[in-house]
Write a protein that binds this ligand. Sequence first.
Ligand code: BGC
Ligand code: ZN
Length: 371
Amino acid sequence: MKAIAIVPGTAGSRLVERAEPSITAQDEIKIRIIRVGICGTDREEVSGGRADAPDGQKELVIGHEMFGQVVDVGSSVTGVKTGDFAVFTVRRGCGECASCLMNRADMCQTGKYRERGIRGLDGYQTEFVVDHEQYIVQVPAQLEALGVLMEPLSVVEKAIDEALQVQIVRCPEAAVTPDWLHGRRCLVAGLGPVGLLAAMVLRLRGGQVYGLDVVDANTARPKWLDGIGGCYIDGRQVQADQVEKKIGGMDFILDASGIAPLEFNLLDALALNGMYVLTGIPGGDRPLQIPGAELIRQLVLDNQVMLGSVNAARGHFQMGADDLAQAHLRWGPHIAGLITNRYSPDQFAGLKDQHQPDAIKEVIEWAQPGR
Ligand code: BGC
Ligand code: ZN
């Protein structure tokens, strides 16, 4: 079977031949890949950045945002059956710490976790994959067109859920309101797929959502935001430190930009008792000047939280499936409009690390869904 592989630390990717995997344990599931998303992490890997091949291998098969259909199940599998649509999670535990033993490798305590398609394990840009039942999440057939968004959405669900849990514990009024986000001013920075999915989840929870980026308002990403009732802020016209004056302080900020200077500047827009969750992973190591004392003073005197969040557990994927279903009901085909570009596997090998300006989510199509 075909797969897209890189040699970690070098630029470029290519199509390789791999042996088709088959089930070797009773709790395993084999999936035919239908499509796999491409994200910033993949682009970084393809340009020679953060990536590790499996032990004893030079190449790494990339891809972690998968969606496929079950084609075979081991004898002890009860959760899915042949023909079901499903995704596998990304992270695999260290096998040592309490989090990993609870299938919460997203909170691994030793740092010795692996990630399919990123760190130490082959990924999903290929025709078939096999993995254990504990890593699978079923996707309802009605969400076939949206299932490829499950992984980036799971990252969003985890970040927002963690942030809310913290607010509920520390804010007296949050514990007695059905949804702390309802009617709150929420700012999402960086309107790539993660930022737009975050805007979608915050809108579903009743938030008043602002999205910040540095593109023209009549381009794809601001237009998509507008379609779910979000309000676009052009960061070239409104700087982070003017947001509070012009719009009001933000009770909730989610960063999906991965641009370190902006990530610090956004603190200027955070309201009293505000929650700021970061999901963007900045590349490079360029040092940066920040007014440290002022920022820490503000964090303390204003009771603010800055929270980093990465990866997601199976439960967050499940929350994602529920929200996709709700979003699909509420906004219909608009949601599928997040997937803007489709490529064949051999096209990707030539795509390198460039990004189409009006693209939102780009995916590789491996197979047609079957019945
Ligand atoms: C993936 C996460 C992963 C993170 C760090 C992100 O692109 O979506 O699943 O944990 O990269 O490798
Ligand atoms: Zn990703």
